[in-house]
Design a protein around this ligand. Structure first.
Ligand code: ZN
Length: 154
C-alpha cells in the first residue's frame, strides 16, 4: 500500500491584472452617451412604473421588458450611505487620508437608487435625506465615470 504523499503547502501570491473588452449592450451604451450630454437616463417599466437607473432591459420587480427612456435627476436624495476609510487596490489595502463617501442616491424621477460617490462635504455631514446633484466630467470620456460624483445642493 502506497503512502499518501505529504501535502505541500506553499504561500504563493499571484497578482492578477487583466484587461477585459466586452460589449456593454445597447442600454448601457445609450446611458453612457447620455452622461456625455450631462443627462442621466433611465428606463420605465410599462407594467409597474418603476424607473431603473442605470437602465436595464427587464424590470427587476415584475420582469417585464422595459424600453421607455426617461431623463432623471440631475438632483436626488441620499437614501443610505457608507463611509470608506481604506482603499482596496488589487488585494492591497491602503488607508485613505480622507474617507470616501458612497451613497445610494434616489434621483428625481427614478424609483431605484443609484450607487455613487459624494464629495464636497465632511463625512459627519453626510445624512439620509441630504439633497445632492450630479457632477459630470467635462470633457466626457465616454465611460460610466462621466457621472463623476454627487455634491450637496446649494
Ligand atoms: Zn415592472
Amino acid at each position: 500500500m502506497a503512502e499518501k504523499p505529504e501535502r505541500l503547502v506553499v504561500d504563493v501570491q499571484v497578482p492578477l491584472d487583466y484587461t477585459y473588452n466586452y460589449r456593454i449592450g445597447s442600454f448601457l451604451e445609450r446611458y453612457i452617451k447620455g452622461l456625455g450630454d450631462k443627462k442621466i437616463l433611465g428606463v420605465k417599466c410599462p407594467a409597474c412604473g418603476k424607473v431603473a437607473v442605470p437602465p436595464r432591459s427587464f424590470c427587476g420587480a415584475c420582469n417585464k421588458p422595459m424600453d421607455e427612456w426617461v431623463e432623471v435627476g440631475p438632483e436626488g436624495t441620499v437614501e443610505n450611505f457608507t463611509i470608506g476609510h481604506v482603499k482596496l487596490d488589487r488585494g492591497a489595502v491602503e488607508k485613505l487620508d480622507d474617507p470616501q463617501l458612497l451613497a445610494m442616491v434616489k434621483l428625481e424621477g427614478a424609483t431605484v437608487p443609484l450607487l455613487a460617490e459624494v464629495k464636497g462635504l465632511a463625512a459627519a455631514d453626510l445624512k439620509k435625506g441630504l439633497r445632492v446633484k450630479a457632477v459630470f466630467k467635462d470633457p466626457a470620456e465616454d465611460s460610466l465615470a462621466d457621472l463623476s460624483h454627487f455634491e450637496p445642493v446649494g
